[in-house]
Ligand binder design. Structure first.
Ligand code: WT7
Length: 630
């Protein structure tokens, strides 16, 4: 039921999901194990805002991700763990083994005082214990707050304090390519401002001999020995909290997005199976870190609840060389591969021989997430990785949405490069103009909102419902505002044009940064671009482009003219950049997003105070960019 195999199926299911959302979702939800079924499918009010799915239902998500697969698939691989160093062995963890590890870990947490509803901070590298810890929390009804293990001590401390965690799980270190990172050192520093934390569980991984604080720190291997693998799942309400995940946003303190058990489970499972057209036996690999929502929803909960084999990769795409992803695809015969445009663009720069060395014939479906994928990267991915026969699933969604919203369905939706295409069943987009009215019809452009709830939407910002309301439900009362701009073309296809805060208004025309960037990237010598606006006497705003080239331009002026011509041809003369600065890198956050705030300051000529740059991947590029400002 609710299976989509053709475009007609999609249209039929979509229609049903809009006309009878409660019937539609209760049918989808019928595919899970509930201790008790719901009394009411949906109750909602976007003005409060309040959203409740499957009220009255009782479940534990781990029974759906683990227990229910044991009858038929106990010996099937649940997780393939691919280590940082390709010379080390991969681990194949079966559903039976994963179940036992999760139960033991859950008992270890209980033995260290964790109770239902407690918040647990997890600061671990991409090792199997990270998956065990996340699922162990879910098993006993504790709320996990995974903090990406690349964040600074201050970032961890802010998140631990905000969530009121009293326990932290970390390791004595992490690999990152050829480097190691002392995670425990970062936690020790963070804990100086987190007196509420009474226990730190340390997984000994690098065996680096970190100092342990008596009375607070315990070793995972000591604690796990004291418990058995018998851990009945805690019975949860559908609307009980499952996890908190912090998302930075461009300004202000991070927002702890709250996701709940029932709706999140139903939606991540449904969207995983539908968009990727997952079939039993497929090997699936999402390259994200579990520290982001992509890892939560599409490395762990979605694939595991579907009984899939999911790859968990500890390493980075560039080490020991640029063939690392392709080597792992060959090694594990990956069928579905899901990565980010930022990774694709960096891999695109390496000689093709790194791709050609490996057998990628197992691939059936490719995915992309995190930002709009520019056409050049799309074509490169399609041609060299998919060999022209794998659909590219460009999934538009957000930490706040919990799961895919607008995305092609593999082999069902006709693709258009750089377009996220069509909403999944249950998703009701509304494009709004600046005066707050919905723009009907096609061939239009505006701000993207969603006018009806979907099961995995965030329910609140932890501890700050008012901020939740102001951020997402106030710009367009009665609708969820995504913060993104979009176009809807004559086929009804959506193209995300970037964050509306980044929109540039040139002579009264709205221009999305993503679209201009994608056009500039079409030039043969351009790898990646970031554009921002700057004050312009005549046009209101001018366009300033920061451009990374394959080869350092010898004649910069000539290249500038060519780039402007390229943009003119693709979008029109209005979008031609006024200034083009060639750079060797761009300021990016650790999840790969360009920090346009910094570039805007440079473009405005205001480089005195660039604000906080500590969360940047490579703060050094900022100095180069400042020095070369036009
Ligand atoms: C923002 C959400 C969703 C998980 C990873 C990022 C941008 C994301 C796409 C896409 C165009 C995209 C949007 C969105 N974005 N995917 N396929 N096409 N834009 O999660 O950090 O919460 O960021 O990323 O601007 O609002 P996030």
């Amino acid at each position: 039921m609710n299976v989509i195999r053709t475009f007609e199926d999609y249209q039929e299911q979509y229609k049903k999901s809009i006309e009878h959302p409660e019937n539609f979702w209760s049918e989808v939800a019928g595919n899970f194990y509930w201790r008790k079924k719901w009394d009411k499918v949906l109750e909602w009010d976007f003005h409060k805002p309040e959203v409740k799915w499957f009220q009255g239902a009782k479940l534990n998500i781990t029974e759906n991700c683990l227990d229910r697969h044991l009858t038929k698939h106990a010996n099937q691989t649940a997780i393939i763990w691919e280590p940082n160093n390709p010379d080390d062995d991969a681990k194949h963890i079966t559903y039976q083994q994963l179940f036992e590890e999760v139960c033991k870990t859950a008992n270890m947490l209980k033995a260290n005082g964790v109770k239902k509803g407690d918040r647990v901070c997890i600061y671990l590298p991409m090792i199997p214990e990270l998956a065990y810890a996340v699922l162990a929390c879910a098993r006993i009804g504790a709320v996990h707050s995974v903090v990406f293990a690349g964040f600074s001590a201050k970032s961890v401390a802010d998140r631990v304090q905000d969530a009121g965690c009293n326990i932290v799980i970390t390791s004595d270190g992490a690999h990152r390519g050829e480097k190691t990172i002392n995670l425990k050192g970062i936690i020790d520093q963070a804990m100086e401002s987190c007196p509420g934390v009474s226990c730190v569980i340390v997984k000994e991984y690098l065996k680096s001999g970190v100092p342990m604080k008596t009375g607070r720190d315990v070793y995972w291997h000591d604690e796990i020995q004291k418990v058995n693998a018998d851990c009945p799942a805690e019975e949860m309400d559908a609307e009980d909290m499952l996890f908190i995940l912090y998302t930075s946003g461009s300004t202000g303190k991070p927002k702890g997005m709250v996701h709940t058990c029932g709706g999140y489970m139903v939606y991540t499972n449904y969207t995983f199976k539908t968009a990727f057209q997952y079939h039993e036996g497929h090997v699936y690999w999402c390259t994200a870190d579990i520290g982001w929502i992509t890892g939560h929803s599409y490395i762990l909960y979605g694939p595991l609840s579907a009984g899939a084999t999911t790859v968990m990769f500890e390493g980075i795409p560039s080490w020991p060389d640029w063939g690392r992803f392709w080597q792992a695809i060959e090694r594990h015969k990956v069928n579905i591969f899901y990565t980010a445009p930022t990774a694709i663009r960096s891999l695109q720069q390496a000689p093709l021989s790194f791709v050609e060395k490996y057998d990628l014939s197992s691939l059936k479906v490719l995915g992309s997430v995190g930002e709009p994928i520019n056409e050049e990267a799309w074509n490169w991915y399609d041609k060299n990785i998919g060999k022209g026969k794998c659909p590219i699933i460009d999934t538009w969604w957000q930490t706040e949405t919990g799961g895919f919203m607008i995305t092609p369905i593999a082999n069902v939706t006709k693709l258009k490069p750089a377009h996220a295409t069509l909403p999944l069943p249950g998703v009701q987009p509304a494009v709004m103009n600046e005066s707050g009215l919905e723009i009907e019809g096609n061939n239009i452009e505006g701000r993207l909102t969603i006018k009806f709830p979907w099961p995995s939407m965030a329910r609140t910002i932890y501890g700050d419902h008012q901020r939740f309301k102001e951020t997402y439900f106030s710009s367009f009362p009665g609708k969820y505002f995504t913060g993104d701009g979009c176009k809807r073309d004559n086929d009804g296809y959506y193209r995300i044009t970037g964050r509306v805060d980044d929109i540039i208004i040139v002579s009264g025309h709205n221009l999305g940064t993503a679209e201009i960037e994608s056009a500039i990237d079409e030039h043969a010598n351009v790898i990646e671009t970031a554009v921002v606006g700057f004050p312009h006497d005549i046009k209101g705003q001018g366009i300033y482009a920061f451009v990374i080239c394959y080869e350092k331009p010898t004649e910069e002026e000539k290249l500038r003219v060519e780039i402007k011509d390229t943009v003119s041809k693709i979008i029109g003369p209005i979008a031609k950049p006024d200034k083009i600065q060639f750079v060797s890198g761009l300021p990016k956050t650790r999840s790969g997003k360009i920090m346009r705030r910094i570039l805007r300051k440079v473009a405005e000529g205001d480089t005195g105070n660039l604000g906080d740059t500590t969360t940047l991947l490579d703060p050094a590029v900022v100095d180069e960019i400042k020095a070369g400002a036009l």
